[in-house]
Design a protein around this ligand. Structure first.
Ligand code: GAL
Length: 649
């Protein structure tokens, strides 16, 4: 359960920006929310300039009335601390609150999230506003959750100003203690970068050539930590004043900039914003992966806090969701562990950059298709209340590590810049998803003993401790290419790859063999692209070999005990996976139908535009239609079944 104990069942609603509307409209909003079954609204995310129009002068009256009105209509508040965007008076009085980019340009006010994460002035004012908000609303009956900031790192992940430089040096001093330790870790003997004082170190601003990759890696760590520090400054205030109100901030699916393993430990409720592209027929697969990450972060249900009812307004071409897709995508989030479905936003904006973004209540009002979709979803969610809090059991885990990701996707100086971690994750996730196999994500250090199969698509940066944790796992383990290459300081392991994974894998990587775009390297397990390796066997057995080209006849896939190493990027990893899937829980479904177990329920989601037949593994009751089902069933295009499985819990 996401823990909003005062709101029973599943959560439904979205961002509500009443300050964009005359007060007469609010009554209609509240009435229509109640009609649709909305029970949660995210309020005041970008309201700082309206709540504190001048320094120290607060105007809470309008927000009081909004919260009272919502409460009177049975709508609880995910109340933002309103710190996502500083007000104009603050940035005009203190221009250095605004962030500076890598070229040294200070960004202008006029958008949102315009702040330097390290600015002490920003922090001081933010703590002041959060204190005022928490004090004002601590006892308001509508308040069920705090929403700190908004989508950290969406627009502002990093700032290169002198204040950020000072903060970075402080962070480096805490990490390394003395500058010689930093010199050793950063390998500053290369290209004449030996430092004699921390004061000489700056953020990796635009430089004449490639910047030291170890410096860039530490910068990535620092940027994630600096924003987290900002979040924690607010959290401390809220905890002190409202100790029992859960705290969240909305994540952005699988985001490169922030280490969500570290971040999620600081949240009470993991929440996510997901915007799969309706124009991409495969987008439901990538979004399922990100939902599984959200569930895995705290190994408990999470909350889809933002999604689009139809089109967004920030792609180059913003395709709407065709009939049925909004409902189907909402059910998909529930299937993967969300305890509700919320949207951006409640009422479609009349002005500003998001006036063409869809909303639960479109410009055309209650006569629109969109509004009918809103009503229908509200009705469906009421039928699914028993899902709230249900857990998912997965027998397969995919390992994901942010530090390794940052190293792998260093901006320069890699064997190939075509290796993208999200692609590598999806290559393994896609066939598992297609077979209805439940998957968790896991950080490399987590105890993996509950799983039958663990896949490490890539672990470019691998520490000895991580290698030991993988070696301690006694199920089936698959390790992908370019793993075990560097240590935590981005220095190549003694003897080269796979470094600390050498004994486990039983191979040596002689040379990386990246492939040019468009080049296919055949193997006996199917074609590979982008990446291959010249490997030598130590005590592993070859399972598949390269065919043709310079690598002809050399091992491509190897096995030692229960450990498989795949040295290339196969177009289709099914030949590697298939022999390991026997005995794993799964549901046979036709292509384009997604089968997901959650607690004692089975979701069958037809993502295709044609009718599909599925044989139910067990009889049960479809909660959406309240119908008993067994044997072969038909799913209409973009339709779904949520089966309460008979005799299951
Ligand atoms: C999110 C953001 C919302 C809104 C939405 C539009 O990134 O948190 O405020 O802008 O996108 O899709």
């Amino acid at each position: 359960m996401v823990g909003l104990t005062r709101v029973p069942g599943l959560l439904f609603g979205g961002d509500y920006n009443p300050e964009q509307w005359p007060e007469e409209v609010w009554a209609e909003d509240a009435r229509l929310m109640a009609e649709a079954g909305v029970n949660l609204a995210t309020v005041a995310v970008f309201s700082w300039s309206r709540l504190e129009p001048r320094q120290g002068e607060y105007d809470f009256g309008w927000l009081d009335r909004v919260l009272d009105l919502l409460h009177a209509h049975g709508v609880a508040a995910d109340l933002a601390t309103a710190t996502a965007t500083p007000p104009p008076w603050l940035v005009r009085e203190h221009p250095d609150v605004m962030p500076v980019n890598a070229d040294g340009v200070r960004l202008e006010f006029g958008s949102r999230q315009g702040y330097c994460p390290s600015s002490p002035v920003f922090r001081e004012h933010l703590v002041r506003l959060t204190t005022a908000m928490a004090t004002r609303y601590r006892n308001h009956p509508a308040l069920v959750m705090w929403h700190i900031g908004n989508e950290y790192a969406d627009h502002t992940l990093e700032c290169f100003c002198p204040e950020s430089a000072r903060h970075f040096r402080e962070w480096l001093t805490a990490r390394y203690g003395d500058v010689d330790a930093l010199n050793a870790a950063w390998g500053t003997s290369c290209w004449g970068q030996h430092y004699t004082a921390f004061a000489q170190i700056e953020p990796p601003r635009t430089a004449p050539g490639p910047v030291n990759p170890a410096q860039v890696l530490d910068w990535r760590r620092f940027c994630s930590d600096a924003l987290l520090e900002l979040f924690l400054a607010e959290k401390a205030v809220l905890r002190a004043i409202t100790p029992f109100v859960p705290i969240t901030t909305n994540f952005m699916s699988i985001l490169h900039g922030l280490d969500y393993w570290k971040w999620s430990a600081a949240l009470d409720v993991v929440s996510d914003d997901a915007y799969p592209d309706p124009a991409d027929p495969e987008s439901h697969v990538a979004v399922a992966l990100s939902y599984d990450l959200m569930r895995s972060l705290k190994q408990q249900p999470w909350l889809l806090l933002e999604s689009a009812p139809s089109a967004v307004s920030w792609r180059e071409v913003n395709v709407p969701k065709p009939p049925g897709m909004m409902r189907l995508h909402s059910l998909q989030a529930l299937a993967h562990g969300s305890d509700g479905v919320l949207f951006f936003q409640w009422r479609q904006a009349k002005y500003g950059p998001e006036k063409f973004h869809s909303a639960l209540l479109p410009h055309g009002g209650t006569a629109t298709r969109g509004w009918q979709d809103t009503l229908r979803l509200g009705q469906d969610l009421r039928k699914l209340g028993e899902l709230a809090g249900a857990e998912t059991k997965a027998q397969v885990a995919i390992v994901l590590d942010w530090e390794s990701w940052w190293g792998l996707e260093a901006p320069e100086s890699m064997p190939s810049n075509r290796l993208k971690l999200k692609d590598l994750l999806l290559a393994w996730y896609r066939p598992l998803h297609a077979r209805g196999v439940a998957v968790d994500l896991a950080p490399p250090g987590r105890d993996l003993s509950g799983y039958r199969l663990v896949i490490v698509p890539n672990l470019y940066l691998c520490t000895d401790e991580q290698a030991e944790a993988l070696a301690a796992f006694d199920g089936e383990l698959i390790v992908g290419p370019f793993s075990g290459v560097v240590d935590a300081a981005d220095q190549v392991h003694e003897g080269g790859a796979p470094g600390p994974l050498r004994d486990l894998l039983g191979i040596e990587v002689d040379e990386f063999w990246p492939l040019q775009d468009g080049v296919t390297q055949d193997t006996t397990a199917g074609p590979a692209r982008t990446w291959a390796e010249w490997i030598r066997l130590v005590d592993a057995e070859p399972v598949a070999s390269y065919e043709g080209g310079e690598l002809h006849g050399r091992p491509a896939i190897t096995r030692k005990g229960n450990v498989t190493y795949v040295s290339c990027l196969l177009d289709d990893v099914t030949p590697v996976l298939a022999p390991l899937l026997g005995g794993l829980d799964h549901v046979d479904v036709p292509e384009g139908v997604e089968a997901v177990r959650r607690g004692g329920h089975l979701f069958l989601l037809n993502h295709t535009t044609t009718r599909q037949q599925v044989t139910l593994p067990r009889p049960g009751t479809d909660l959406l239609t309240d119908t008993a089902l067994h044997g072969d069933i038909e799913l209409a295009p973009r339709d779904a079944v949520v089966l309460r499985i008979e005799g299951d819990k």
